[in-house]
Design a protein around this ligand. Structure first.
Ligand SMILES: *Cc1c(COP(=O)(O)O)cnc(C)c1O
Ligand SMILES: [Zn+2]
Length: 393
């Protein structure tokens, strides 16, 4: 496969040299030749590596072998709430607990293939954990750059993999600035919009469509990297003649940080930075998304949309995913269900439609955030039989 970068927007192309942004300012991705798809899927590849013929690296290293291959679970218990036939693509079942492992697996495997010693991530949570964990398992040195107000529990979750931890006072500013000098450093940054990461993350679209092609896919959006990747995967499948219509992509944000939804509502072509409000959706509080315009385009081109949900709608959705689907997801990963609920209310999805919600990350990392009403029955041990027998009468 030829490694050429291209811009989804203006069509300019560049040799694959780790440049991440086009002269026009938009993020780049790696061109994939749809004829590569004519071969059979490699059934023997583990997880997402069954699609290695479409990836820029062949051989996974370390925990990269365990990336992808997550289950697509029908959840009839949520059909009524979601006003459609609901499925959950459960990305919480990844080695470090989020979909980011798909992209990290490709980035780290590339670093090993090219003998690049240092990898890096700019992140306050799942990205840092994923890159640090993958790096640890593949003997790469890793630097993670975090906001200086990162909570201690998250800091420890990342630090257990022993990366070099750097804290910066203006995280969003560095996020924009890094593109100016990252290609001059001997550090392979595997941030959200990096082309290698997009390649890994697109495999979720292949996995979903290999089972069946839904009418819509709903996912949380922050930087827009994940949404861009899903869109890229779907376009490739369509160009290769593997699917007909591309599912509608609905991207969901929290009202506390919704620059992409705001641009969508206003009918704009470009996303402008916003301020951030109070929220426990730490993984999606991005006010200046580097792939924001691309994500907006993905939603529009597929006939979907971008919306934002309230903190209370998100909490209710998180609790329903636990109590009706039996899955423990983090608050950010519950916004797709909250979004689906409002899409159903507005008549944008129909009850006969198949909708896949991507739950992007596990809730087991941040159990301290859970709001659960509980009134345990207290009994004397001598009353145990009567209590239990009484329960099922
Ligand atoms: C990173 C992340 C997102 C957002 O993905 P982007 O590529 O930044 O849009 C959503 N959910 C979870 C759990 C994440 O960790
Ligand atoms: Zn361009």
């Amino acid at each position: 496969m030829s490694h050429q970068l291209s811009c989804y927007d203006c069509g300019r192309t560049y040799p694959f040299d780790q440049r991440t942004r086009c002269e026009c300012g938009e993020p780049l991705w790696i061109d994939t030749d749809p004829s590569d798809f004519s071969g059979p899927v490699d059934q023997s590849g583990p997880g997402m590596w069954r699609y290695s013929y479409t990836l820029p690296v062949d051989t996974p290293v370390g925990i990269g072998v365990a990336a992808g291959g997550t289950p697509l679970i029908p959840v009839p218990n949520l059909d009524k709430y979601g006003g459609s036939t609901v499925f959950i693509k459960d990305e919480s079942e990844q080695p470090s607990g989020s979909f980011k492992d798909r992209g990290s697996a490709v980035g780290i495997s590339y670093a090993v293939e090219e003998d690049i010693k240092w990898v890096g991530a700019l992140s306050s949570g799942n990205m840092a954990m994923s890159v640090a964990a993958n790096a640890a398992s593949a003997d790469r040195k890793c630097v993670v750059i975090l906001p200086d107000d990162t909570p201690d529990s998250r800091l420890r979750a990342i630090a257990q993999y022993e990366p070099t931890v750097v804290q910066v006072n203006d995280f969003m500013a560095l996020n924009q600035k890094l593109a100016e000098f990252e290609s001059e450093l001997d550090i392979e940054f595997i941030n959200a919009q990096v082309p290698l990461r997009i390649e890994g993350q697109k495999t979720i679209a292949y996995e979903i469509c290999e089972e069946f092609v839904p009418d819509a896919i709903v996912l949380p959006v922050a930087s827009g990297g994940h949404a861009s990747a899903v869109w890229k995967g779907l376009q490739e499948l369509q160009e290769a003649g593997r699917i007909g219509d591309v599912p509608r992509l609905y991207l969901v944000q929290t009202k506390a940080a919704d620059p992409i939804a705001e641009a969508y509502r206003q009918g704009k072509d470009t996303v402008s930075p916003t301020s951030v409000g109070d929220s426990i959706a730490f993984s999606i509080l991005n006010t200046d998304p580097l792939s924001g315009n691309r994500a907006l385009t993905a939603a529009r081109e597929t006939g979907g949309g971008v919306l934002s949900v309230s903190e209370s709608a998100m909490k209710e959705a998180r609790s329903r995913i636990a109590s009706s689907a039996g899955l423990c997801v983090e608050p950010s990963a519950a916004v797709p269900l909250a979004g689906l609920r409002s899409l159903a209310d507005r008549g944008e999805v129909e009850s006969i439609e198949d909708v896949v919600l991507i739950t992007t990350g596990t809730g087991f990392k941040e159990l301290g955030l859970l709001e659960v009403d509980i009134e345990p029955k207290s009994i004397d041990v001598g009353d145990a039989y009567d209590t239990l027998a009484g329960l099922v009468e």
